[in-house]
Design a protein around this ligand. Structure first.
Ligand SMILES: [Zn+2]
Length: 85
């Protein structure tokens, strides 16, 4: 697992997340255990209350991120999925 600290934007994002999480933990040390599961299923949104799926690779099972990767894969391979409406 890489934190990608060589990437300035990403490094700033990680620092911001650490600040947010520190604040959350100060207010409620049990936040991670007590937090309700977010509707989107996004881990970032659940824990931090922000949608930063570019950071969800710290968590392997974000459904939004998986969907994004899936769509990118389809696009890259020119796969079109017929949607039954
Ligand atoms: Zn996410």
């Amino acid at each position: 697992m890489s934190w990608g600290v060589e990437d300035e934007e990403r490094r700033k994002g990680v620092l911001a997340l650490m600040e947010i999480s520190e604040k959350i933990m100060r207010e409620n040390p049990n936040h991670v255990n007590e937090v309700r599961k977010s509707e989107s299923g996004c881990w970032m949104e659940q824990i931090y209350g922000i949608l930063r799926c570019d950071f969800c690779d710290l968590s392997v099972d974000c459904p939004i991120r998986e969907e994004q990767m899936w769509q990118e894969y389809l696009k890259a391979n020119n796969i079109v999925i017929e949607k039954n409406s």
